[in-house]
Structures are given as C-alpha cells and as structure tokens.
Write a protein that binds this ligand. Structure first.
Ligand SMILES: N[C@@H](CCC(=O)N[C@@H](CSS)C(=O)NCC(=O)O)C(=O)O
Length: 308
C-alpha cells in the first residue's frame, strides 16, 4: 500500500515537472499544476484503498517495528535459560575491560554460568537479583564461592541479605557500561527493573512478563502498585526499548515497550479491571516456594549444596 502511494506521488511529480518544463507561461503553468494536483489526488485515491484507520494502524506498526538500538561494539549480551523454573538469566559485559554482571542467576545453573564466564575471559563483578524469587533459589551465593570477588546485589526494600543493596535510580557500573536500578514494586515489595539506557534494554524481572505480568498473591504482592510500576516506569521508557523478563512459560524470549503497551492482555486493561483479574488468577503456589523464599532471604547463601 505504501509502495503504491509512493509510486503514485512519484508519477504525478514527474508528469508535473515535464509539463512545467514545456509550458513556460505563468498562467498556463499554474493551471497545469492545479490540474495535476487534482489528478494526483484522484490517482492516489483510486490506486490505494488506504482509509484513515488503516493509515493509523500502519503508522503505529511502523513505530512498533522501529529499528531497535544496536548494541555498541563493546557490549556483550547473553540470555541464558533454566528449564526447570523457566527462568532467564542475563550475562552482560564490557568487552574491552572484561568486567561482567549476571542478572537473576539460578542455583542449579551456577556452575554452567561460572564456566561460561571463565571461558569468555570475563570477571564477574556483580551477581544481581531483580527481586527475592519464590520459585527457585538464586545462584548468587554459590557464584560468590565459584568466582571469588563477586558482589551479590538486591534491592534494599527486598529485605534480603546481599553484599550490596540498591535504592531507586541507583546505578552500578561494569567497565564503562551503566545499569540503572528502577524500583518497580508490585509482584514483591522489592522488585526492580534494571535498565541499560545506552543499549536500549531493560530487565523487568517478574514485574512485566511477555504479554503477562508477575502474580501479586504472595510476598506483599500488590496489583495496584504493579500496575503503577508498569505504566509509570516501564511503559514510559522509549517504545523501541527491548524488554527481557525473568521468566517465560511459552517459549518467548523478549519483547518491546511498544508491543507490551499495545498487546499485553493484562496491562492494557484499566486499573480496576486489572485488579479484578489479578484477584482471580487462582494460580497454584510455586512448587519451590517454601525452600526458595527462606534461601533467597539469605542471598542463596543458606544451605548451598556442596555439589549442585
Ligand atoms: N509453576 C511454577 C510457578 C509459576 C508462577 O507462579 N510464576 C510466577 C513467577 S515465579 S514466582 C508468576 O508470577 N506467574 C505469573 C503468571 O501469570 O503465571 C512453579 O511451580 O515454580
């Protein structure tokens, strides 16, 4: 449709240009231009069936599919997966300095992650949790043992132990790269979304999942505050920002601000309808909750198996 429109404009412009060239008198020129403008309008009308609604949809989808920012050459990104808990972990690094950080590591995958970090020649500076998980034990405690010098990180408001506690808008640095911790409570009190502005990416933990969101029925969950966190903090990031959640149960790997603003079936509702929906999810509790929450309160340093 867009191609037709452009071809139409081009044809009319070419015709107008040649007419103006052969008709030097001003009056003649003006009437020729008027005639061509009117034929341009009818040509475009007849060759495109582009209604106003369709034009709007097209404009929206063009915006939604805006080119994502490409990573700078010195930025390393790797998405890792734990099949048991459907958890994504993310390894980020400064390729020049080899300083790395790992977001939401899983205990059972700590050896895999440590091996990868070693193979790539990285030094793990921070092992961060977006929040105190309820469905798996964090790998941060074990990674501190496997890779001495690693600093564990979680939000101050999580109430969990860690070497470093973050408050809203605090940043951590790895090499020349900067990660900003944005407080996004709702799934738990202490949930944070980690943003790397320069690369156009954000790690939403369990606050925003792909076409979904974290449940709010335990660990001080609050659906109103989750709604506010998403609308006021995540949906106000640039539309082309890529979003990476802590879990996906359907095989999706990433999304964008633009997509979730339009297609998230929960967060596109108004707040009252959202609260009602969240109150009636009736999900079974995570199988690991009784082990995971106490362990994660201790930064996963509690009862680490000798060999995982
Ligand atoms: N079946 C899984 C737990 C699934 C679950 O409850 N996921 C949480 C995030 S981990 S606490 C969630 O918020 N889900 C939202 C949803 O809509 O599914 C298990 O037993 O571990």
């Amino acid at each position: 449709m867009m191609r037709q429109l452009i071809t139409g404009i081009r044809r009319v412009a070419t015709a107008t240009a040649s007419a103006v060239f052969v008709l030097p008198h001003q009056n003649q020129t003006r009437s020729v231009v008027r005639a061509f403008a009117s034929s341009a309008a009818s040509y475009i009308k007849s060759t495109t069936t582009c209604s106003l609604a369709q034009t709007t949809t097209l404009a929206q989808s063009v915006k939604m599919l805006d080119a994502r920012k490409t990573f700078t050459e010195d930025f390393f990104f790797r998405q890792l997966f734990d099949e048991q808990s459907h958890t994504y972990s993310y390894l980020l690094a400064d390729i020049a300095t080899k300083e790395a950080i790992l977001i939401d590591p899983v205990l059972e995958q700590a050896k895999r992650d440590a091996q990868l970090i070693g193979e790539l020649g990285f030094t793990l500076k921070y092992a961060l949790n977006t929040h105190m998980h309820a469905d798996h034990v964090t790998g941060t405690g074990y990674l501190k043992q496997l890779l001495p010098g690693t600093v564990s990180v979680i939000s101050q408001s999580s109430g969990a132990k860690a070497d470093k506690h973050l408050v809203d808008d605090e940043t951590v640095q790895f090499g020349r790269h900067v990660l900003r911790a944005m407080s996004t409570p709702g799934h738990t009190n202490g949930c944070m979304t980690f943003v790397v502005e320069e690369q156009g990416i954000a790690f939403t933990g369990d606050t925003l999942l792909i076409r979904g969101c974290g449940r709010t029925d335990f660990q001080e969950g609050n659906s109103r505050s989750l709604y506010r966190s998403v609308h006021e903090r995540i949906f106000t990031l640039p539309e082309n920002f890529r979003l990476f959640p802590a879990h996906d149960y359907k095989g999706n790997m990433e999304t964008t601000v633009a997509e979730e603003k339009r297609y998230n079936p929960r967060l596109t509702k108004d707040v009252e309808a959202f609260v009602e929906l969240m109150d009636n999810l009736n999900l079974p509790y995570p199988k690991m909750i009784d082990k995971a929450v106490p362990a994660n309160r201790e930064c996963g340093l509690y009862d680490i198996p000798k060999e995982v």
